[in-house]
Design a binder for this molecule. Structure first.
Ligand SMILES: [Zn+2]
Length: 351
C-alpha cells in the first residue's frame, strides 16, 4: 500500500502479527469511502496530509466497488481529475449532447434568441455534470464504495493501522475492480506491486484491473483546453475586429476570416506543440512499458521502510520490514522459493 508510513514498529507484539498479509479482517476495520466523498472538496482527499478527521469519512462495508491503487508521490490533482474522467465524463458527454440539441430546437422555434451565446448552456452542463455527477445521483442510487488508503486505514492510530495493513488483502479480495492510477513510479513501489499481484493471481479477477495512465489525463485536458482556447480566441478576435469596424455588416465575412486565421495561428504554433510533446512522451512510456514489465523484478521495487534503513526518523526505534511480509505473502500465493523474504530473489510478478 503506497499510503504514507509503514508497518508500526510494535507490530511483532500485536495479536494479528504474522509473516503474511491476511485476507481476513475485523468487520469494523473493513471500511470504504463513498465515491462521491472521494471526489469531493476538489481533490482534497488526494493531498498528502493525513488527519484523524479523514478516517471518520469512511464507513464499514462488506464489499467494495473499486480499490483505488496509486503511488502517493504523483500529483493528487491529476489523480482526482483521472477519477472524474473515469466516473463522470460519460454522463457529462450525454448531458451536454441532450442540452445542446434542446437549445438548438428552442432556438429554431424562437423560444431562445438565435445567438451564439446560447451554446454556453451546453458547456455549463458539461462541467457541472463532470464535477458533480456522483452527488447528483445520490437521491436515486447508493454511492459506489471505494477503498482509498488514506481514509479507510486509521492513519492516526498505530494499532488500527497495523491491523488494517496486515489485512490489506481483505480489502483487495472484496473489491470488484482494481483501478490503477498509473504513473511512471507505480511499478517501483512495493505496495503497489502487491496490490496488482493480488488481482493477478486469479484469472477472473485479472480481467477486472483498470489502468488509467495519469499522462493520458494530462493529454485529454490539454487537447480539451486547446479547443476551448481556440474557441475563445476566435470569438475574442472577432469581437475586437468587429468593434473596430462597427456597423460594417457587409464585411463580417472578412473579419471572421481574420479572426479564424489569428486563432489558428495561436492554436497551431503555441498550443498544439505542447499537446504533441505530452502525447509523444506518453506514447514513448507506453511503448517501453511491455519491456519494463518483462524485465520487472519485485526485488527492484522500493518501500519506505528500506529507504530509511528500518529506523524511525523521529524516535530512532527499529522498524520491521514490509518487504519480508509482502514477499512471504506473494510466495504463498504464487509459489517459488519457500525461504524467507530476503531470499526471495528468483520471484517475479508476471503481467
Ligand atoms: Zn524494508
Amino acid at each position: 500500500m503506497p499510503c504514507p508510513g509503514t508497518l508500526p514498529s510494535q507490530h511483532e507484539d500485536r495479536s494479528v502479527s504474522k509473516n503474511t498479509v491476511s485476507s481476513q479482517l475485523e468487520p469494523d476495520l473493513l471500511r470504504g469511502l463513498p465515491l462521491h466523498e472521494a471526489l469531493s472538496a476538489w481533490g482534497h482527499h488526494w493531498r498528502n496530509d493525513v488527519t484523524p478527521m479523514s478516517y471518520a469519512l469512511s464507513r464499514p462495508t462488506n464489499t467494495f466497488d473499486g480499490f483505488l491503487s496509486h503511488d502517493w508521490a504523483s500529483s493528487g490533482w491529476l489523480k482526482f481529475l483521472s477519477l472524474l474522467i473515469i466516473f463522470n465524463s460519460g454522463a457529462a458527454f450525454w448531458s451536454c449532447l441532450v442540452v445542446s440539441v434542446l437549445v438548438g430546437i428552442l432556438r429554431g422555434y424562437g423560444c431562445l434568441p438565435d445567438e451564439h451565446w446560447t451554446v454556453a448552456f451546453g458547456h455549463f452542463i458539461y462541467f457541472f455534470v463532470f464535477f458533480f455527477w456522483q452527488r447528483l445521483q445520490m437521491p436515486c442510487r447508493h454511492s459506489r464504495m471505494m477503498f482509498l488508503d488514506k481514509v479507510c486505514v486509521a492513519q492516526h492510530d498505530d494499532e488500527l493501522k497495523h491491523k488494517a495493513i496486515m489485512g490489506l488483502a481483505a480489502f483487495l479480495l472484496n473489491s470488484q475492480e482494481l483501478i490503477v492510477l498509473l504513473s511512471s513510479r507505480y511499478f517501483t513501489r512495493l505496495w503497489c506491486v502487491f496490490e496488482i499481484a493480488t488481482f493477478m493471481k486469479d484469472p477472473e479477477r485479472r480481467k477486472r484491473i483498470r489502468l488509467m495512465p495519469l499522462k493520458s489525463t494530462v493529454l485529454l485536458l490539454l487537447v480539451s483546453g486547446c479547443w476551448y482556447l481556440l474557441n475563445i480566441g476566435f470569438n475574442t478576435t472577432k469581437l475586437v475586429f468587429w468593434d473596430y469596424n462597427s456597423s460594417e455588416t457587409e464585411s463580417s465575412f472578412v473579419f471572421e476570416t481574420v479572426a479564424a486565421i489569428v486563432s489558428m495561428f495561436i492554436f497551431c504554433f503555441v498550443l498544439l506543440p505542447v499537446a504533441f510533446y505530452v502525447g509523444m512522451e506518453m506514447s514513448e512510456d507506453m511503448e517501453v512499458m511491455p519491456q519494463q514489465l518483462r524485465n520487472f523484478r519485485v526485488q527492484d521495487a522500493k518501500c519506505l521502510c528500506c529507504s530509511i534503513d528500518h529506523r524511525d526518523p523521529i524516535t530512532g526505534a527499529r522498524l520491521p520490514c514490509d518487504r519480508e511480509v509482502l514477499y512471504a505473502t506473494m510466495k504463498e500465493w504464487y509459489g517459488g522459493d519457500a525461504a524467507g523474504g530476503s531470499r526471495c530473489k528468483s520471484h517475479s510478478v508476471d503481467s
